[in-house]
Write a protein that binds this ligand. Structure first.
Ligand code: KIV
Length: 287
């Protein structure tokens, strides 16, 4: 039976029922399929791909074309989860027209189900226009990585005088403009609690405490792919970095020792190939 797609309405109902929302980033079809099969509700094709996929120090160099490419890949692997495409730096800050065009491309070409943009009240007019055009918008406030240079680094937000009121005002402005959910990143847990209580729409926290309506982590952090990187808000649910290195060391040593491939892993001229044997792994399509 076909899985029922998670929509923005499902997410709102989850908040109303007090059910937590599990969101994780994904950047390709295979991870998308695995997270979807594991029951994640929302997959974010985050511009964090600039760092974990492309190896940059910030998310700033990521382009709209690159975001669209990764959105297409993730969407192909996913049957149930709601897929959100991140609007990259300077694809919406210049004007409302620019933001509408960029978001439209992520939906039309990237195939994602909604878009996310960073910033609060200053982007409320754009959020309104996007929603009026039929494009659901997830907001993102607190530590917004596209403002790296403005913040002077990746720092916890909202601890300064007026920080709590500013964050709450931004969240309320996004909700009033029609945003369907808001990411709260790296803010004190009690501020996130108050914002979550004040909003009808769900909040998704990352480094914002347990009282948000849902949580999001960058998948490579959640899976422990980078043994060097362990900020306080990350929990590693696996140690894949170590597992991948160990498996690769084993592969390298078996290739060098000529113990891989075996006869069973090789073809002979005389034997018939079973018709259903797939020679390449494909995503989402069962052989
Ligand atoms: O780009 C990203 O992965 C994000 C999450 C950290 C929320 O914006």
């Amino acid at each position: 039976m076909k899985a029922q797609r998670v929509t923005i309405h499902t997410l709102r109902q989850m908040k109303e029922r007090g059910e937590k929302i599990a969101m994780v980033t994904a950047y390709d079809a295979t991870f998308g399929r695995l997270f979807d099969e594991a029951g994640a509700d929302v997959l974010l094709v985050g511009d964090s791909l600039g760092m974990v996929i492309q190896g940059h120090d910030t998310t700033l160099p990521v382009t709209l074309e690159e975001m669209s490419y990764h959105c297409r890949a993730v969407v192909r692997g996913v049957a149930r989860a709601h897929v959100v495409g991140d609007m990259p730096f300077m694809s919406y800050q210049a004007s409302i027209e620019q933001g509408l065009t960029a978001a439209g491309r992520l939906i039309k070409e990237g195939g994602c189900h909604s878009v996310k943009l960073e910033g609060g009240a200053q982007h409320a007019p754009l959020v309104e226009k996007l929603v009026a055009a039929g494009i659901p918008v997830m907001g993102h406030i607190g530590l917004t990585p596209q403002s790296f240079h403005q913040f002077g680094g990746f720092k916890v937000q909202g601890r300064d005088a007026g920080g709590r009121e500013r964050l709450l005002a931004d969240a309320l402005a996004l909700e009033a403009a029609g945003a369907y959910a808001i990411v709260l990143e790296a803010i004190p847990a009690d501020i996130a609690h108050d914002i979550t209580a004040a909003l009808q729409i769900p909040t998704i926290g990352i480094g914002a405490g347990v009282d948000c309506d849902g949580q999001v982590l960058v998948c490579y952090d959640m899976l422990g792919m980078n043994e060097e990187f362990k900020p306080r808000f990350v929990r590693r649910f696996a140690q894949l970095g170590a597992t991948i290195k160990q498996a690769t060391q084993q592969y390298v040593s078996e290739v060098r020792a000529s113990t891989f491939p075996s006869d069973a892993e090789s073809f002979a001229v005389t034997e018939k190939q079973a018709p259903q044997t797939a020679l390449y792994s494909t995503i989402g399509k069962k052989p």
